[in-house]
Structure formats: C-alpha cells, structure tokens
Design a protein around this ligand. Structure first.
Ligand code: UDX
Length: 456
C-alpha cells in the first residue's frame, strides 16, 4: 500500500529518459510505465518530437518533457507525406537530435526507448547509457516479427497457414497486415521487423503484457534474452491496483475529451455498446454507414468515439446525441471500459485497447483494420476467449446485420456470458500481476521494478 513507502524509498534513485514513438498507442502505455518507475523513486523525462509536442496537452506534472526532431518539425508524418519519407528522415535526424539532448542533460542513467527506434539504442550505447527496449505490441506479434528477423518467415507469405513456436496456427486473416502490403511498399514491414535488428544489445527488453496472459512466449523470450521482462499491464493505476494515491487520468492527447461519464452514469449495468477504433485507424464511408445504422437499429445503448477527422464520414444528419446513443470525438477510454454500464466493446484491436479490455473485464467484438490488429483479434477470440470477430463480406466490410448479430451474441447469449466471465478472470489475473502482494515469479513486474529502481 502507498503508506508503506517511506521518504527514504522515495528518494531519487535514477534518472530515466523515456522515448515513445509519437502516437497515442505508444505514449499512453509508456506514461503508465513511467508512473510505476516514479513510484520506485526514478525521475522521468519524457521525450517526444517537436511536431508531436504541439499535440501533447498534459503529462503528469512530475514528468519532465524534452523534444527531439523527426526532421519534420511542422507537421510530422503529414508533412512528410509518406511513411517512407518520414521514417528515413526520422532515423537520421532523430539519432542526431537524441545525441544532442543526451549530451545536454546531466545525469542520465537510462534510456527506455520504443523498440520501433533501434537507432536510439545505438545512440545510448555510444554514450555509455543503460538502455531498455520497450516493445509496445503484443507478444505473439513480436514473436512473428522476430521469426522474420531470424529468416524463418518471409513476406509475402507463400503458405496459407503459419505455424510458429508458442502460437496457434495462423491463417492469412490472422497475420499482421504488413505481410500483405510488403510487395507494394516494404517500409512498414521492414520498420517493425527492424525492432529486432540490434535488440540483443539492450540492457533490458520490456513488453507491455503480464505473465499469466502470455506465459509460453514470455518463457521463450526469457530464454533467448535473459534480460527480457513482462512489465504490464501498463494501464492507469486508479482502475486496477490504486497504488498511486490521487492518480489521475492524464489526457496526453491532441484529441478533445468529451464528457461521457455522466451519460454512462444514467445507464443500466451492462447495457451500453462501446465502439472505438483507436487513434489512427480509418474506415471508409461505407463501413461507417454500416456501423452507424447498426447502432441506431440495435436495441442497446451505444457510446461511439468518432475522431474529428472521421466525422465527415458519418451518414448525413446522423444524430450525435439521442435517447439511444452518444457520439464523442474522444473519451477517457480506460475509464469508460471500467464503467459498469458498458456491456461490450466493438474494437479495432489495437494492443492497448485489447489489453485495457482484458484487464477491465469487458467482452469484445473485433473489427481489425491493419498492422498487428488481426493477430490481436485472433488471440482475443481463440486464446483468451473474451470475444468474437465480426465477419467481413467480400468487400471487406462488416455489414449492419452481421454486426447487429454479433452484438446480440456477446450481450445476450449464453456464449456471451462465458466471454464476459473469461474477461473477468483476466481482470483478476491482471490485478494479481501488478499487486504488491502479488506473484513474484521471474517475469513479474515487481521483481523487475525493485531491481530497475536500483539502476542508478
Ligand atoms: C497503434 C496501433 O494501431 C496498434 O495496433 C498498436 O498496437 C499500438 O499503436 P492505436 O491504433 O491508437 O495504436 O490503438 P490502441 O493500441 O488501442 O491505442 C489507443 C489508445 O488510445 C488506448 O490507450 C486507448 O485507451 C486510447 N483512447 C482511444 C482513448 O483514450 N480515447 C479514445 O476515445 C480512444
């Protein structure tokens, strides 16, 4: 409990710089992890790009903020025009400006860098700084990309099925999307596989998962890299273990948070379908229309996050506030998922959304869009058994009727109740993984943090 932590223990033990890829799905979990480290007495400085810093509204007040350059200080990726241009320049300018920053700052003991930036590890090693690689994606996906790195799997895929150690057999529809865009543009595929190019040189390798969720792959990775640790789930303490007194939900986002908690407070337990496709995924108008009409016709209440940039794809005159539903441009998702009114989550299966829903006990309907999301959806459905995947038609659209049927299945059927129960069991295990009195096995967060705090 927080009262156990005396002033002595709170004294600064080390100064860590934390460098996430500049996107919500990377900054959020790394901030949550930073809060854990701070709790152990580590001082944190968050690094973002000059272009993204304009969107960062708030970080916890105890966390310092510094910037580096991605080479496009005005508009980041948008200014670059393509991932190819963006990432090429970022590699070079990022390494230069990170070096400058590290030379400028005094007493840096450790750099925790997003595994998406292997160049940051090279910089840290050059300057003799301890470096921890933070894998922001799911273990199964890391396992897939690692096997590509080893030369045991290739893009484009030739076989219909992929069999890898510690994973269920994966069909094409379960594989990360970059396998299929490779022939046209290998940039993103090479980028995600590049995470493993020099990772063996890292002093620590961290992944946002917990032991009970990914036991076998964690054991495998710990054999390959003795310094591998599962340090999740990195979700806000106020929702799980309440270990930080007065923990708040920091809106580290460029999106405006709408007030939807009051709306949820008036709804019966388990009656609301929560729909959100994360911070990046975009749907075409046809898919938006199918979702919109399904939600309107369906009998349940709904809360739907449609980002401002996507709003023009809503059907004309579609009501944003009605008896049945509420559309917001952004919400505090973990808080929403923790609300008793939520009955199920229609999700794109970004890794953070997946982990949040598992840890907060909410069953799901998966509509994966790209990147790692199809693989997360497969695990959700067949391994963790907390939801179903909405079937696509031949045009890769989930039709209104199909989605309606999925929602009814999860919210009303016996099978749906089992999924809910499974989700609640994961919630219990997630709580155990991070609780002070929790398990102390080699891969657990506490054993690791106790030692990490001593880094300095
Ligand atoms: C991206 C990738 O798409 C994802 O697949 C990868 O695993 C991580 O990076 P994103 O698409 O934004 O992330 O999805 P996700 O990983 O789910 O992260 C979104 C984050 O934004 C979550 O922490 C979620 O709680 C938060 N969020 C989302 C909000 O706080 N409010 C919202 O309204 C929507």
């Amino acid at each position: 409990s927080p009262t156990h932590h005396t002033k002595m223990e709170k004294q600064i033990k080390a100064h860590c710089l934390v460098l996430p890829y500049p996107a919500q799905g990377h900054i959020n979990p790394m901030i949550q992890f930073s809060k854990l480290l701070e709790h152990q007495g580590v001082k944190i400085t968050l690094i973002t790009t000059r272009s993204y810093s304009k969107n960062l509204l708030k970080v916890p007040p105890s966390i310092a903020l510094e910037t580096i350059s991605d080479g496009y200080d005005q508009g980041g990726l948008t200014e670059a025009g393509s991932y190819k241009a963006y990432l090429e320049r970022f590699n070079q300018v990022g390494a230069e400006t990170l070096t400058e920053l590290l030379e400028k700052l005094e007493h840096v003991d450790c750099l925790i860098y997003d595994a998406f930036f292997p160049w940051a590890l090279d910089v840290a090693k050059r300057l003799g700084i301890v470096a921890a690689s933070y894998l922001t994606q799911n273990m199964a996906v890391n396992n897939i990309y690692y096997h590509v790195h080893l030369g045991k799997l290739r893009a484009p895929l030739t076989d219909h099925e992929t069999s890898l150690p510690m994973l269920p057999t994966l069909q094409h529809e379960d594989m990360p999307s970059f396998f299929f865009t490779y022939a046209e543009d290998p940039t993103l595929f090479d980028f995600v596989v590049g995470q493993f190019s020099n990772i063996h040189k890292a002093d620590w390798i961290l992944c946002n998962t917990f032991y009970d969720l990914d036991k076998e792959i964690i054991n495998l990775f710990m054999e390959i890299w003795p310094k591998f640790r599962s340090i999740g789930p990195n979700i806000p303490s106020m929702l799980l273990d309440k270990r930080f007194e007065g923990d708040q939900d920091y809106e580290v986002t460029q999106f405006k948070s709408d007030k939807c908690m009051e709306w949820l407070d008036c709804k019966p337990k388990g009656s609301v379908v929560y729909v959100s496709f994360g911070s990046l995924a975009t749907f075409d108008e046809k898919q938006m229309e199918e979702v919109a009409f399904c939600l309107r016709e369906n009998s349940s209440y709904f809360l739907w996050v449609v980002r401002a940039s996507e709003e023009n794809k809503l059907p004309k005159n579609f009501e944003k506030i009605s008896e049945k539903g509420l559309i917001v441009t952004w919400c505090s998702q973990p808080k929403v998922l923790a609300h008793k009114a939520i009955g199920c989550f229609v999700t794109h299966c970004g890794w953070n959304s997946t982990l949040e829903t598992l840890c907060l006990g909410v069953p799901t309907i998966a509509i994966p869009c790209w990147s790692d999301q199809s693989t997360n959806a497969k695990l959700m459905k067949d391994v963790w058994k907390i939801g179903i995947k909405a079937p696509f038609d031949d045009n890769k659209i989930v039709q209104q009727k199909v989605l309606k049927h999925c929602i009814e299945e999860v919210m009303e059927s016996e099978r749906g109740k089992k999924m809910k129960n499974n989700a609640l069991q994961w919630k219990t295990l997630a709580g155990k993984a991070i609780s002070d009195g929790g398990r102390k096995e080699a891969g657990s967060v506490n054993t690791y943090l106790d030692r990490f705090g001593q880094v300095g």
